[in-house]
Design a protein around this ligand. Sequence first.
Ligand code: AHR
Length: 352
Amino acid sequence: MFTSPTGGKEAIRYAIDILNKEKGIPKKVILRSQKITTGSTGEPLAALPATVRPKAGKDRPITVGFAQVGMESGWRAAHNQSVIDAAKDMGIQLVYENAEQSQEKQIAILRKFIRQKVDVIAFSPKTANGWDEVLREAKNAGIPVILSDRKVDVEDDTLWTAYIGSDFREEGRRAGRWLTETAQPGRNYGIAEIQGTANSAPATGRKTGFEEGIAGDNRFRIVRSVVGDFTKESGKVLMRQLLRETGGKGIDVVYCHNDDMALGAVEAIEEFGLKPGKDIMLISVDATKSALQALIVGKLNFVVECNPLLGPQLMKAVKDLSEGKELPVEIITSEGVFTQAEAKKNISIREY
Ligand code: AHR
C-alpha cells in the first residue's frame, strides 16, 4: 500500500514562506509517497528516510557535511559559493569537502561525514549509480541525506531524504523545442551533441529531453553524439575532433550539455576557420554570465538556464528538517531560457 499526501500542509507552509519573503521558494515540489508494509505482528510499517537528531539546532548549531563533486565549470563555482554563503547566513556549521571528480573520493568523504556524526549530509553525486551501499550506511547511522543538484539511481528511495535542483530533462526539451521553432522550414539540420559526464543525471536528462524536443520533426538528425565532462577543455577537444573527422560538413548545429563545453566548442570552431553562431549554430545549458556574453555577440544562439544558486533552498531544507518538518521528495527550482535579446536585457543583473 502507498500513501498519497494531499499537499495541504505544504501549500500553507510555502504560502507563509512567500508572505515572509523567504529566500529559495521552489517552482515545484513533489511530495513523498510512503510505502506501507505489514510488520511481523500485522502492524503497518512505513518506509521512511532518516530524520535529524532532535537536539540539532536547539542546544548546538546544526552541522551539514557537504561533499561537492568538483570544480569543473562556472556553474559549479557559483553553486559552491551559494552553498557556503547560505550556510553562513543561516548560522549552519558547514563541513566542506571537494571530491575533485572522483566518485571513490566522494564515497570516502560521505563515510568520513558518517564517522563525524554530522546532522545532515548533502552532496552533488558525480554519477547516478553506485551509491546504495554508502547511503544505506548513512541511513543506518540515522543521518538524512539531501541531494543537491544531481539525482541518484538507487533501489530504495528512502536512502535519501530530498532532491533539490533542476529538471534536467525539461532543460533538454527546452533546447530542442527552441530549435524546432527557430529552424528554417524545408531545410535539414545535422546536429552534433556534446554530452556532459557519462551517466550523470544532467547528461542523461538533457540528452533524453533534447531528443524528445526534436522528436517527430524530420528536419533534424543527431549525426554525432560524443561524451565530455562539463569542462571547457573537453568541449574544445571534442569539437576539434568532430571538425577534423567531418571537415565541418554535415554539422549545422552543436548542442552542448553546458556552457563551458559550448565555449570550448566556440574556440575550436574559430580555430577551424568557421564562424560559431553563423556557420554552425550553438545551443547550451546553464546561462552563466560568460555564455550570455557569447550569446550577445552572436557566438552562441540559445542558452537554457540551469540555476546553481541552490544554497538558500538547501539550508532552508536543513532548518525545516531540524524543526521536525517533513521535506518534499523533490524541490525543483525555477528556471528560464535566453535568446540574444533576453541576454542583452539581463546581463547587467546576472549573478553568476
Ligand atoms: O549538475 C549540474 C551541471 O554540472 C551543470 O550544468 C554543469 O555546468 C555542471 O558541471
